[in-house]
Design a protein around this ligand. Structure first.
Ligand code: FES
Ligand code: FES
Length: 153
């Protein structure tokens, strides 16, 4: 075990875990932030997507020892009031069905818009390609990203 002082959603938290513990486990089991979901555990579905210093990463495949003093942001920290333009657009377009993949979808989309505020359809497809939705909400996700992009622009 080792002690890590992790910056999670703007607060520093001391976590005592084995160095190879995936960040997803740290978030859900230690920090009690359960918005980030476990899907595949092998970096293939995107359900566990968080931001590390603003860039989308798969937390299931990220050992806690690799984070250092970088800022971790989860869906709970994307916007304090839950009013990030993407979250509002998700409501407007009634995107979720079962909802399981959606935190990861929103975090991935937020990273996309941060780097590319006016993405084309092809840009959205390329960026969101690795985020799987078994309910097939892809068209509404795309519409919501476009709406958020317009609002942010
Ligand atoms: S749970 Fe991390 S990519 Fe699927
Ligand atoms: S809304 Fe059910 S998996 Fe995406």
């Amino acid at each position: 075990m080792a002690i890590y002082n992790l910056k999670i959603n703007g607060k520093t938290q001391e976590i005592d875990v084995a160095p190879d513990t995936p960040v997803l486990w740290v978030l859900r089991d230690h920090a009690k932030l359960t918005g980030t979901k476990y899907g595949c555990g092998i970096g293939q579905c995107g359900a566990c997507t968080i931001h590390i210093d603003g860039t989308a990463m798969r937390s299931c495949s990220l050992p806690v020892s690799s984070v250092g003093d970088k800022a971790i942001t989860t869906i709970e920290g994307l916007s304090e009031a839950g009013d990030h333009p993407l979250q509002e657009a998700w409501v407007e377009h009634d995107v979720p069905q079962c909802g399981y993949c959606q935190a990861g979808q929103i975090m991935n989309a937020a990273s996309l818009l941060k780097n590319n505020p006016s993405p084309s359809d092809a840009d959205i497809d390329a960026a969101m390609n690795g985020n799987i939705c078994r309910c097939g909400t892809y068209l509404r996700i795309k519409s919501a990203i476009k709406t958020a992009s317009q609002k942010m622009g």
